[in-house]
Design a binder for this molecule. Structure first.
Ligand code: WQD
Length: 337
């Protein structure tokens, strides 16, 4: 039974991946500094799966703390989620973002190398396709970014690829996510950002609960069917399943590979608002506001490689994603009562 270290494993995507790793029979060790998640997610993972992952409240900036985990467990592979990920914040705090995301990854790779752990799956992002590639984005396209957060992803992909090229036994898999949304159908884990969300789905959810007055639609003058931004929304449970398939693939090879995880379909802002209105049973107020700087009109995945290499196809619809998001929110409110 292989043991997998999941950095950022109490976070939104990480927690859903931990659930599916445990259900697939892996042992799971979580390292998370809890800067953007809560300790009780470990208990929720245990409630869903009946298995409790080991948990270390550790910051990747603490190299000795990372070394201690590799001494305490025989880690067969790593899935690396931990990192700061708010685009706007990265523009305001570039040094914090480069330092945290790059130093953390370098420390992780140092601890892995010292322990002889050769397999890493990295949480990358469609953001590395930048704004000059034609959609659908495919893995052969050049990478760039329009903000420091995006450049930390571009740089981490470069670092991982270079190390794999120098280390013949190493297997590196770069997974480029499109727009993960939704929640586990149990309603026990989901996306629950602190404060005012940057991303569309959690913002829409806070309007549905009445915590925010209305949705600001960032521009309706894009060259898209209804003028609003188009994105490839993928259910976080489909994304998590993709990680289990990706890990099995990574164990069977060496070198670096890159795979998109998306649905291959685009949905507009207004389509998502309508789908969420259906899910929560109320019309959601919105106002058209100017475009958000740095946004691209449309983005969706070429999914051929994920299908061919992993046998992966995302199954959930936008309605499923909104239903599960709303179910999670209702579950959270019941718990708070
Ligand atoms: C989606 C659409 C907005 C908020 C970001 C990161 C990317 C990745 C996913 C980490 C766009 C519109 C949004 C709002 C709106 N994160 N929108 N009103 O920008 O596609 O990607 O999250 O890896 O790196 O860049 O996601 O959810 O912010 O925006 O109209 O209040 O919704 O213009 O068209 P995005 P998003």
């Amino acid at each position: 039974m292989k043991t997998i270290l999941v950095t950022g494993g109490t976070g939104y995507i990480g927690s859903h991946v931990c659930v599916q790793l445990l259900e697939a029979g892996y042992q799971v060790v979580i390292a998370d500094n809890l800067i953007n998640s809560k300790r009780d997610v470990v208990d929720r993972i245990a409630r869903i799966t009946g298995k409790t992952p080991a948990f270390y409240q550790t910051d990747l900036l603490d190299l000795d703390g990372m070394r201690a985990i590799f001494r305490a467990h025989h880690i067969d592979g790593v899935i690396h989620f931990a990192g700061l990920k708010a685009v706007g914040e990265s523009v305001a705090q570039p040094l914090r973002y480069y330092s945290n995301n790059l130093t953390g990854t370098l420390n992780l790779l140092t601890a892995m190398q010292e322990a002889g752990c050769p397999v890493i799956v990295f949480s990358s992002s469609a953001t590395v396709y930048g704004e000059n590639n034609p959609v659908p984005f495919d893995e052969s396209m050049p990478t760039s970014a329009t903000n420091p957060y995006g450049y930390t992803k571009v740089a981490q992909e470069r670092i991982l690829s270079d190390i794999a090229a120098a280390q013949p036994d190493m297997s590196v898999l770069l997974l480029r996510y499109f727009n993960p949304v939704g929640a586990h159908p149990s309603g026990l884990i989901g996306e629950n950002p602190n404060g005012i969300p940057n991303n569309l789905m959690p913002f829409v959810a806070k309007v549905a609960t009445g915590e925010l007055p209305r949705i600001n639609v960032f521009g309706d003058d894009y060259d898209t069917p209804d003028g609003t931004g188009v994105r490839d929304y993928i259910h976080v449970c489909d994304l998590a399943h993709g990680h289990v398939l990706a890990l099995e693939y990574a164990f069977g090879r060496t070198g670096t590979d890159i795979i998109n995880l998306g649905t291959g379909h685009g949905s507009s802002v207004l389509e998502l608002i309508h789908a969420f209105s259906e899910a929560c049973g109320q019309e959601l107020p919105y106002v058209i506001t100017p475009r958000r700087p740095g946004d691209i009109a449309e983005c969706w995945a070429d999914t051929k490689k994920a299908k061919e290499v992993l046998g992966f196809t995302a199954k959930a619809t936008l309605a499923d994603m909104c239903r599960d998001s709303w179910n999670f929110i209702c579950h959270q409110r019941e718990e708070a009562e």
